[in-house]
Design a binder for this molecule. Structure first.
Ligand SMILES: [Fe+2]
Length: 208
C-alpha cells in the first residue's frame, strides 16, 4: 500500500479544477465509468487518471480505468458507506460466482472537513476475509484533502460510517481486461443516476 499526501501541487490545473465541488457532485451521480485512455481525457477525472497513471497508459496489460466518486456532504447528498468488500467484476460475481479483481485500486481525497468516521479500513493480507471487525488486524486510513491511497483491491476493505462532516473521494481501478459490464455501464450511464438510492435511509437529506 502507498499513501502520499499533498499529492497534487496547489498550482496544478487539476487541483484547481477539483476545488469545484459541483464537479464532484456530478461525478457522484454515476455508478461508475470506464476510460480506456484511447481518447484524450474528456473531463477532470480522466485528466487526474492520466496524471496518476500516465506512465502505464498503452501497456498491453492495461485495458482501462474504472472510476467513480463518492460524496458525503450535508448540502448535497449522504451516502451509505460501503461495508467490507473486495473490488471486483460485480456482474461476474453475481452471475457466475467468480471473483476477478482489478490490478490496483486508487483513492484520491478532495475536501474532507470536520469528519467523524469515514476511515478507509483495509484488512491485513493474512486476515483477508469478509468480516474483519478486529481493529488489530486492520489498517486504518483517515481521509485528508489531496491525499492519495494506492492498494490491492483483492484485500477486503470498507469505509466506516460517517456521522458528521464532509468527505469527497474519487476512486480509480486499473483493469487488465475490462470488467463484464464496463461497456454497458459506460454507454448507458444515464441509467445509473443513483443518488436517491444512496441516501442514508435513517437520515433524510436536509432541505436547502
Ligand atoms: Fe472498494
Amino acid at each position: 500500500m502507498i499513501i502520499e499526501d499533498s499529492y497534487l501541487d496547489e498550482n496544478n490545473e487539476i487541483f484547481k479544477r477539483l476545488e469545484n465541488k459541483e464537479e464532484w457532485i456530478t461525478l457522484s451521480k454515476y455508478a461508475y465509468r470506464f476510460w480506456t485512455a484511447e481518447k484524450d481525457p474528456s473531463n477532470v477525472w480522466e485528466e487526474l487518471i492520466k496524471y496518476m497513471w500516465g506512465d502505464i497508459i498503452g501497456n498491453p496489460d492495461v485495458a482501462g480505468f474504472e472510476y467513480w466518486g463518492n460524496v458525503y456532504d450535508d448540502k448535497y447528498e449522504r451516502y451509505w458507506c460501503p461495508g467490507w468488500h473486495q473490488d471486483k467484476d460485480e456482474k461476474l460475481a453475481e452471475t457466475k460466482g467468480e471473483t476477478i479483481c482489478p490490478k490496483v485500486s486508487t483513492v484520491y481525497y478532495g475536501s474532507c472537513d470536520n469528519l467523524e468516521g469515514g476511515f478507509l479500513e483495509i484488512a491485513l493480507p493474512e486476515y483477508n476475509r469478509a468480516h474483519n471487525d478486529d481493529s488489530n488486524l486492520t489498517e486504518r486510513i483517515f481521509p485528508m484533502k489531496n491525499r492519495i491511497v494506492i492498494f490491492d483491491p483483492f484485500r477486503w476493505h470498507r469505509v466506516t460510517p460517517i456521522t458528521n462532516g464532509i468527505r469527497y473521494s474519487f476512486q480509480v481501478n486499473i483493469w487488465e481486461k475490462p470488467p463484464s459490464d464496463a461497456w454497458t455501464t459506460y454507454k448507458d450511464y444515464d441509467k445509473y443516476h443513483v443518488v436517491e438510492d444512496r441516501i442514508e435511509p435513517n437520515k433524510p437529506v436536509k432541505e436547502s
